[in-house]
Write a protein that binds this ligand. Structure first.
Ligand SMILES: O=C(O)CCC(=O)C(=O)O
Length: 389
């Protein structure tokens, strides 16, 4: 029988290898899963919670060989050689430039009570369980959008809402088309390696309260920060069981401008969305409870934590779980553009689907308050949402 080292010099990892993460940890940890998490880190990702930082852009071949084919993230650092050379990096620091250029544009603004869009929140009629709540999406002039974002940051929390300008439908080339000349239309080395142009380019304008909950996408993501900073928490697809993906009833926030209040409505007909249950930043008073509900997350290897600064690009590989927060620039805004390239639905994807289909062994379902007993499984909606998650 071949050992792994028999092929290409990769380290041999006998199956009886002691597990780094299990000693003294929760009895819920599963040795086979731990082995997988550890092996992926030892073979590819590295054993520290840092990702590679490149000082110069990779060639298409380097990108393909060392990152794309390995499903491995990296940051292209901000340095004189690599900082984005786009007009946007200077032009977009001026709000009056943005207001002038987008004076006749209508954009999509996501409104939520707390800044957490597409996230889990107490069910409106049964607050001891959770539902999956999407933002109220309002089409508005760009200048109203900027006013709303500025009025709804930590200092202006009396606004009663948090506004995040975003729409994951190629909005940069649509709603924000007037700004298209300020950025490259693609990331050249990625386009060459992937063999095609981006499927979608999206713009994100948020403030210090805007937060995106843990999820994954079926795209190769080149995420460029133009102003402010973005803070990502990342886990590879092999760690899927640490996310405690559960089916939650879909709900939508409805915001009334008249009363300034939100209503949370469960979708009718009822639909369930598979979503990650883990919040990496629980309130201190909830921390202990969260740690006991999600031991695989809290007791496993430390997630990768990455801050992407203005002028930097993160390569976020397809199917990686990511949670995103932001620190704004001196005006209170964080602006980013990301390029979504189609992923290859290849053998890695097939392995991942297989892994995800396995229940986390030893997980005490009867103790897990987040398991929704009445969740539908396998219907068309489920499959459609799964393709996103
Ligand atoms: O910037 C954000 O808030 C979220 C970004 C994201 O989820 C993505 O690019 O897929």
């Amino acid at each position: 029988m071949h050992s792994a080292s028999g092929f290409s010099g990769v380290p041999h990892l006998p199956s009886s290898k002691p597990h780094k993460f299990s000693a003294g940890k929760s009895p819920l940890m599963n040795p086979k899963l731990e082995n997988l998490w550890e092996e992926v880190r030892e073979l590819t990702l590295g054993t520290t919670p840092q990702i590679d930082r490149l000082r110069t852009p990779p060639t298409p071949l380097q990108f393909l060989r060392h990152y794309l084919s390995q499903n491995k993230p990296f940051i292209l650092s901000a340095s004189s050689a690599t900082t984005l050379q786009w007009p946007a990096t200077t032009l977009w620091t001026s709000t009056s430039y943005l207001l002038h250029t987008l004076s006749s544009s209508t954009v999509s603004l996501h409104l939520t009570p707390t800044g957490q869009a597409d996230s889990l929140t107490p069910h409106p009629s049964n607050p001891s369980s959770l539902c999956f709540a999407s933002a109220h999406v309002q089409r508005t002039s760009f200048s109203d959008a900027v006013d709303a974002i500025n009025a709804s940051n930590k200092n202006g929390s009396s606004a009663g809402f948090v506004a995040y300008a975003q729409q994951q439908n190629d909005c940069f080339r649509g709603e924000y088309g007037a700004l298209a000349g300020d950025c490259d239309s693609d990331v050249a080395w990625a386009t060459e390696a992937i063999g095609g142009l981006p499927e979608a380019v999206n713009l994100w304008i948020g403030n210090d309260l805007s937060e995106t909950s843990f999820h994954k996408d079926h795209y190769e993501n080149l995420y460029a920060v133009v102003t402010g900073e973005k803070h990502f928490v990342l886990l590879p697809p092999t760690d899927v069981h640490r996310m405690y993906i559960r089916e939650y009833p879909a709900a939508k926030y409805i915001y009334s401008e008249e009363t300034g209040e939100f209503k949370l409505e469960i979708e009718n007909p009822l639909r369930h969305v598979p979503w990650c249950s883990v919040n990496p930043y629980p309130l201190p008073e909830n921390q202990e409870k969260e740690m006991s509900k999600f031991p695989l997350y809290y007791n496993g290897p430390k997630p990768f934590e990455v801050t992407v600064k203005a002028g930097e690009i993160l390569y976020l590989p397809s199917m990686w779980f990511h949670h995103v927060r932001q620190t704004p620039d001196s005006r209170g805004l964080t602006i980013a553009v990301n390029y979504w390239y189609d992923m290859q639905f290849d053998i890695k994807y097939a392995y991942f689907n297989f892994l995800q289909s396995l229940p986390a062994p030893q997980e005490p379902t009867s103790h897990n308050p987040l398991t929704n007993e009445n969740a539908s499984d396998g219907d068309e909606n489920h499959r459609e949402e799964s393709a996103f998650l």
